[in-house]
Ligand binder design. Structure first.
Ligand SMILES: *Cc1c(COP(=O)(O)O)cnc(C)c1O
Length: 385
């Protein structure tokens, strides 16, 4: 079956009630048949559900669907994207280990690298997205993980996934990709050698701004290590959120196609608008890594960044003039969203660090939603004028 069909038809189990739509298993624990059954489950001699911090049928369904999408053996679901990211480091790193990471990472991931992981003696070295050919020079004996996001947030810069796959293989590093911005509909990092793929399910997987969630995808062997860490530290996804997310995945392919189409058309129109200084979108021919984007992505994604002529002041007045687009901290939602990264998600960085990751003072990030293109554009256009 094709992706679109599998997202709808994958069902882990059906109860004796023969329900058509998968029910919600809102239970914290499961009953054992007898003392031997209980012992067998606890000692991994038999498969089955024990306790919802370990797993739950709604979580299994969610994991199975996303692992299928990302073409990995299996996965582990978490309460949020950050819980997924932290679980990877918690499971794989020891004091003294080092991470090599692309400089442009999600704000909270940056905090993890610079303030939280150093408490346990784990150091992160940043490298630049446009310097992949020299990344190997920054690897040393202590480097264990290579971490990146592409397209980057909010600059939508593109990193060559296949090239990094060669570097990680040659140096025996765990290759970890946060694939949240692209979604597996547009890009499958495991095809380029990534060992672990991470998502904030809060974004496109839910797609309607309702739940938090996260997931890590990879081989049975790698996910077993994540399981060993996560089962006992408790970043579990709630059954309710897993159920919501599994339902949302049924429409993921359809939604991402529309996000892609709306974003590309908005980017093209912005590029022609006289009040716009510059615009960046992976599938615009003017994007500096357009060829790489085309070679590793099926669609350009839902995020467009641009700068209004007149810098910060005009950028703020653009945001304040929007009537329909939401000013909110989410992305990947059915509702179009506009944000100003320099004063919000990336305000903790110094101006110099912001410029290093391409966040100019007037940069505006649009998450193209699923409203009719002409309504989104009408709002952007009136705010520009
Ligand atoms: C939102 C986001 C995260 C964090 O996910 P939460 O679900 O908010 O914890 C991580 N990476 C990227 C790229 C994100 O956009």
């Amino acid at each position: 079956m094709k992706t679109e069909t599998r997202l709808i038809r994958t069902q882990v189990e059906r109860s004796d009630n023969k329900e058509h739509s998968v029910p919600l298993y809102m239970t914290s624990s499961y009953v054992f048949d007898d003392a031997d059954h209980m012992a067998a489950l606890f000692n991994d001699e038999e498969e089955g559900y024990i306790y919802s911090r370990y797993s739950n049928p709604n979580i299994s369904e969610f994991v199975q669907k996303v692992a299928d999408l990302e073409r990995t053996e299996t996965g582990w679901a978490t309460a949020s994207g950050m819980a997924a990211i932290f679980s990877v480091f918690g499971a794989f790193l020891e004091s003294g280990d080092e991470i090599l990471s692309s400089r442009s990472v999600f704000g909270s991931t940056h905090k993890l690298f610079t303030e939280i992981l150093p408490k346990w003696g784990i150091k992160t070295t940043y490298v630049d997205f446009d310097d992949v050919d020299n990344w190997a020079d920054s690897i040393n004996k202590r480097t264990k993980i290579l971490y990146l996001e592409t397209p980057t947030n909010p600059g939508v810069d593109i990193i060559d996934l296949a090239k990094v796959g060669v570097i990680t293989k040659q140096n025996g590093l765990l290759y970890v990709v946060d694939n949240c911005f692209a979604t597996p509909i547009n890009q499958k990092p495991a095809d380029f050698g990534a060992d672990l793929v991470i998502h904030s399910a809060t974004k496109y997987f839910d797609g309607q701004g309702r739940t938090m969630g996260g997931i890590i995808l990879g081989s049975e062997e790698h996910i077993l290590k994540i399981q060993g860490f996560a089962r006992h530290t408790g970043p579990a996804l709630s059954p309710f959120n897993a159920w919501t997310l599994s339902k949302s995945l049924e429409t993921l392919a359809l939604r991402v196609e529309r996000h892609n189409d709306n974003a590309l058309e908005i980017a093209k129109r912005l590029e022609k608008h006289e009040a716009v200084e510059w615009v960046k979108y992976p599938f615009l021919a003017s994007h500096p890594q357009y060829e790489i984007a085309k070679s590793q992505m099926k669609g350009g994604g839902g995020i467009v960044t641009f700068e209004v002529k007149g810098g910060l002041e005009k950028g703020k007045s653009f945001l304040n003039s929007l009537k329909m687009l939401s000013l909110t901290a989410n992305l990947g939602d059915s509702r179009s969203i506009a944000t100003h990264p320099a004063s919000t998600t990336h305000s903790k960085l110094t101006e110099e660090d912001r410029m290093k990751v391409g966040i100019s003072p007037g940069l505006i990030r649009i998450s193209a939603g699923l409203e009719h293109l002409e309504d989104i554009w009408a709002d952007i256009e009136q705010a520009l004028s």
